[in-house]
Design a protein around this ligand. Structure first.
Ligand code: GFB
Length: 316
């Protein structure tokens, strides 16, 4: 049976949708109330009592540049606890295959673009999210260590910035795409003359729709063990997942304005951090493993905009 850890999050819920659509039996899930993933004993008891063959480790504490800057201790502690508990419990319970989900912020702030998997730990991290990044790097290294010591088939996937249904639209803690979608929509509806965008607008970001991410995860988990581990190496075993192109924050803001029918002024707030100047992923390893993204930014934004309005009471 598949266990999706973090099934209520944006990625976790997309994974559940994907597994259902692929005809898999209903995945096992646990709400926070049912299972606190930061508690080692609880996690080990759950794995001991449940017949789990594969794990999608999508549970994490996530957030945008402001949330990461303000709560680094929470981000590093909670993510280390969750991933360490699940990886060890999966090993003890003899889980056949595990997929650990990280983030493109693991790479050096000024890595050569597009960023190849081998760029990991070759330079200083982006300060606004180095705590979260170190936790995710530790997760990759932990999966590799279990592979070398126990022969565990524990894989790691590093997505670029994700967006889509089920995203967090809170203006303080969210990522840029949902935040701007909400800001421009509210301004358009309320007839406001101005929308504030953080930073200079110059940074570039790559965006992947979460349903593409779920499809990539499903694809990675169907690759036979021998094929996967001969395509990666024991000390660089993670796989980037992205769409292969990026956009400036300024151009994204223009796209959001057009999507929401906002015709007012866009103002930039230089007092807010820009973060990493660019983090476009090299996705050739994933392409060679037989998967490419298919949802364009335009259609993904349109779909997310429709979803946001349909769930407005929930998200606003
Ligand atoms: O998406 P975001 O918060 O995180 O910010 P990162 C991306 C860029 O959008 C930054 C700008 O340059 C922000 O200054 N931006 C403009 C805004 N307006 C806004 C706004 O209203 N809200 C937000 N949030 N940003 C995250 C990491 O970095 O990437 C996470 O902090 C994770 O740990 C995630 O790795 C994938 O893309 O800079």
């Amino acid at each position: 049976m598949d266990f999706v850890a973090g099934h209520n999050g944006m990625v976790g819920s997309a994974l559940v949708r994907h597994l259902r659509a692929a005809g898999n039996s209903e995945p096992i899930t646990q709400t926070r109330r049912e299972l606190d993933l930061t508690r080692q004993a609880e996690v080990e008891a759950f794995f001991a009592d449940t017949k789990i063959s594969t794990v999608y480790l999508a549970a994490a504490r996530v957030g945008g540049i402001k949330a990461n800057s303000e709560s680094p201790a929470d981000f590093i502690r909670e993510n280390l606890q969750i991933q360490t508990n699940i990886i060890e419990a999966a090993h003890r319970a003899g889980v056949e295959r595990l997929l650990f989900l990280g983030s493109s912020c693991i790479y050096p702030r000024l890595a050569d673009q597009p960023i190849a998997e081998e760029a990991l730990m070759t330079g200083p991290l982006e300060p606004t999210n180095d705590a979260y990044a170190v936790a995710k790097i530790a997760g990759i290294k932990m999966c590799e260590a279990y592979r070398r010591q126990h022969g565990s088939d524990f894989r790691s996937v590093m997505p670029t910035n994700l967006y889509g249904p089920g995203d967090n639209f809170d203006l303080e803690t969210s990522h840029v795409l949902p935040a701007l979608l909400r800001k421009f929509h509210e301004a358009a509806v309320q007839g406001e003359p101005l929308v504030q965008v953080w930073g200079s607008g110059k940074p570039r970001r790559e965006f992947l729709h979460v349903d593409d991410m779920a499809s990539a995860c499903g694809h990675l988990m169907t690759i036979p063990e021998g094929v996967y581990w001969s395509a990666v190496s024991d000390h660089c075993s993670h796989v980037n997942v992205g769409c292969g192109s990026d956009i400036s924050i300024a151009a994204l803001a223009e796209l959001m304005a057009a999507t929401c029918g906002f015709s007012g002024r866009i103002e930039y707030d230089p007092s807010m951090p820009d973060g990493t100047p660019r983090k476009l992923l090299d996705v050739s390893r994933m392409s060679a493993l037989g998967w490419n993204a298919s949802i364009t930014l335009e259609e993904g934004v349109r779909q997310t905009f429709d979803w946001m309005r349909k769930h407005w009471d929930e998200v606003s």
